[in-house]
Design a protein around this ligand. Structure first.
Ligand code: FUB
Length: 326
């Protein structure tokens, strides 16, 4: 008998999983995670310890069912342009097709974003022969809006290389701004109808405080680090992300999918392990946070496990902060 899923417990324990992007497709819950390798690598700020080579898609009929591993959905050997490090993916449905968006390093060691397609949500997925032209950095998250326009949000500093793209082209010597200067923001680009190409040059998203001032690079409790996710609630776009060095998942809201976004608060307190990464999904009228920690490996940064918990909105549209261990 397969074990039923429980809140705040690993969805699966036979493999390490991270960076969960959850969606409801065809009446079931599908989770698109990274597949962490069971290997011992010393951690560094470049993220070399995250050497993933494939994706496995998880699914469950509902929150009273077992979580199924649907097997290998895409391997790096079948991605002609990629060399290593298949990091946080996401999926979207449009044109009667499922699209898997994923980052990996190209043959020059530069992170790019790729797309793969499948007629079914669990795959297997077939990769496009090249990465999205003009794409860079990591952690793509795709929002298909009510009007069917699709936007990809992406980017991460440090190992995610955003510091090296501040001029619009790759500068291997690029460093982050001074602490008192505006922080580097995530990027957004609308996708063309084919979902394989950008409709425009990616724009930097501005995240501001309640007075309209940009969050500063030294404001590590609030500034953007990596792992964007955008969902809609009550007419607002909610952009949530990891603060990296301070290990929070926080959020900011806007009436416009491209921002500026106004910082609102914390969604998730720090988890076991260095990274924190999440997604937010509505299932049968309730809202859920999918996240990961390193509890399954006793705290090893690159051996993580995906979990979920319920997420609560207050009447004013703010989100209650979740403590994952209380
Ligand atoms: O899983 C590799 C990287 O770690 C992801 O791309 C980041 O968001 C962080 O979770």
């Amino acid at each position: 008998m397969k074990k039923l899923v429980k809140a705040n417990e690993p969805l699966v324990t036979h493999i390490y999983t991270a960076d969960p992007s959850a969606h409801v497709f065809e009446g079931k819950i599908y989770i698109y995670p990274s597949h962490d390798l069971n290997e011992d690598v010393e951690s560094n700020d470049n993220g070399d310890q995250y050497g993933m080579t494939d994706y496995h898609i998880l699914s469950m009929d509902d929150f009273n069912s077992p979580c199924i591993d649907n097997g290998e959905a895409l391997h790096i050997k079948d991605v002609p342009w990629a060399s290593k490090q298949m990091w946080a993916p996401d999926a979207a449905f449009k044109n009667n097709t499922y699209y898997l968006f994923f980052p990996a390093r190209d043959k020059d060691g530069i992170f790019r974003l790729g797309v793969a397609t499948s007629p079914t949500p669990a795959g297997p997925f077939k990769a496009q022969s090249d990465y999205i032209p003009g794409s860079y950095s990591i952690d793509p998250a795709v929002l298909v809006d009510d009007d069917s326009r699709a936007y990809v949000y992406f980017g991460g500093i440090w190992g995610g290389q955003l510091e090296k793209w501040q001029t619009g082209t790759f500068n291997s010597e690029g460093v982050g701004p001074d602490k008192a200067a505006p922080a580097i923001g995530p990027r957004v680009a609308e996708l063309n109808d084919d979902m394989f190409t950008f409709k425009e040059t990616p724009q930097e998203i501005s995240i501001v405080d309640e007075s309209g001032n940009p969050l500063l690079a030294g404001d590590e409790d609030r500034r953007y680090f990596e792992g964007p996710w955008v969902h809609r609630y009550n007419g607002y776009y909610y952009l949530s992300y990891s603060t990296g060095t301070t290990h929070y998942i926080v959020y900011a809201i806007s009436k416009d999918p491209k921002g500026p976004f106004i910082y609102k608060g914390r969604i998730l307190n720090p988890v076991v392990g260095w990274t924190t990464h999440h997604s937010i999904v509505q299932v049968e009228g309730k809202w859920y946070l999918f996240y990961h920690d390193s509890s399954l490996s006793g705290g090893t940064d690159n051996k993580r496990c995906v979990k979920f918990t319920e997420l609560t909105y207050n009447e004013d549209g703010t989100i209650e902060t979740i403590d994952p261990y209380k």
